[in-house]
Design a protein around this ligand. Structure first.
Ligand code: AHG
Ligand code: MN
Ligand code: MN
Length: 334
């Protein structure tokens, strides 16, 4: 079989389908290279001295792990000099990172969650990197934070790389979802699945059940009906999974369907949710939609939300279309 590398896939997307300009292709190649390097660090684990906390906090008040910081640095160093980017934004940085003057500035903006699922690093469970690419709005001179505040439907590329039993890069440029598995001997990502499809129905849900007492009524109703199984209103048994790495939960949903929820709850009513809109929910929602699934904040399509802050949080319901529609409908009836 003739293997298709990520490089070839991107060249063909550029040449044959006119889907991506050369600068965007370069950007995606660089992100993939950075992910390869993060994957190496993850694989070394204790041998590489990369486990444990760094002793600092990020802008959201979360304790940073060594790998959160390493992954952030790898992504910045890989991307700042290529001339394809104007600026970057990350979960681990308070403000935007403008490409330094000594390098040429490009027209793209890159956002990332350098290391998703930090609580799983030290216990050797799948983690990942999530990324989203936007175009810098035309006009305007110096790039500013407000240039990043674009709705998710404006993304020009989005994806994640999961560091699990295999390292897999999952990508959309708006023409479906493709998966590339890292071939460690060759050092390249190889296309292993194209046209990924999420089945519209499922019997599997993912939610952190320990928050049940804080849930809003419609979430309670949905999960309660699932738990009643064959005898309940749904007339079928449901299975549950919660990995606590969004990348791993979404990867399972892209592979075999399912529903993922991290909804708003009553713990901190003023907080829209736990997950971040711009570098977690938006890229994942676009991937899920591109695979035939759906993604809402329990009321509206996530990709239509107008962000007002870089680190804005959002309630997330995504995955198999009919289940997302059901949860969203329950909220509308509230
Ligand atoms: P991060 O490690 O980037 O802060 O993200 C963790 C997120 C997400 O990956 C996961 O779905 C969720 O937090 C898990 O939260 P709980 O620990 O509350 O279950
Ligand atoms: Mn995350
Ligand atoms: Mn993170």
């Amino acid at each position: 079989m003739n293997k298709i590398s990520l490089t070839r896939y991107l060249v063909e997307q550029q040449r044959d389908h006119g889907q991506i300009p050369a600068q965007l292709r370069l950007l995606l190649e660089v992100v993939a290279r950075a992910c390869k390097s993060i994957s190496q660090a993850v694989n070394k684990g204790a041998l590489g001295g990369v486990l444990g906390t760094a002793g600092s906090e990020n802008v959201q008040g979360e304790v940073q792990k060594k790998l959160d910081i390493i992954a952030n640095e790898v992504l910045i160093e890989a991307n700042e000099w290529g001339g394809h980017l104007a600026a970057m934004a990350s979960e681990e940085m308070d403000g935007i990172y403008v490409v330094p003057n000594r390098y040429p500035q490009g027209e793209y903006l890159l956002l990332f969650d350098p290391l998703d699922g930090s609580s799983n690093i030290d216990v050797n469970v799948s983690i990942g990197t999530i990324f989203s690419v936007l175009k810098k709005p035309e006009g305007g001179s110096a790039v500013e934070e407000k240039d990043f505040l674009q709705a998710g439907h404006k993304q020009v590329a989005a994806g994640y790389c999961i560091y699990g039993p295999q390292t897999t890069l999952v990508l959309t440029v708006g023409k479906g979802v493709a998966m590339f598995t890292l071939d460690r001997e060759q050092g390249s990502f190889v296309l292993t699945q194209e046209n990924v499809q999420i089945p519209p129905d499922t019997q599997e849900f993912a939610i952190n059940m320990s928050n049940m007492r804080h849930w809003d009524e419609p979430v309670r109703r949905y999960i309660d009906e699932c738990l009643q199984g064959k005898q309940g209103p749904r007339g079928k048994d449901f299975n549950m999974r919660w990995i606590a790495s969004m990348v791993a939960d979404v990867h399972r949903i892209l592979t075999r369907g399912g529903l993922f929820m991290y909804p708003w709850d009553k713990r901190e009513p003023n907080k829209a949710g736990k997950l971040r809109l711009m570098y977690e929910a938006n890229p994942m929602s676009w991937l899920v939609e591109q695979a035939g699934g759906a993604a809402t904040n329990a009321r509206q399509r996530i990709l239509d939300l107008q962000p007002s802050q870089l680190h804005e949080r959002v309630s997330v319901v995504l995955g198999s279309r009919h289940e997302v529609e059901r949860v969203t409908a329950y909220h509308a009836q509230q």
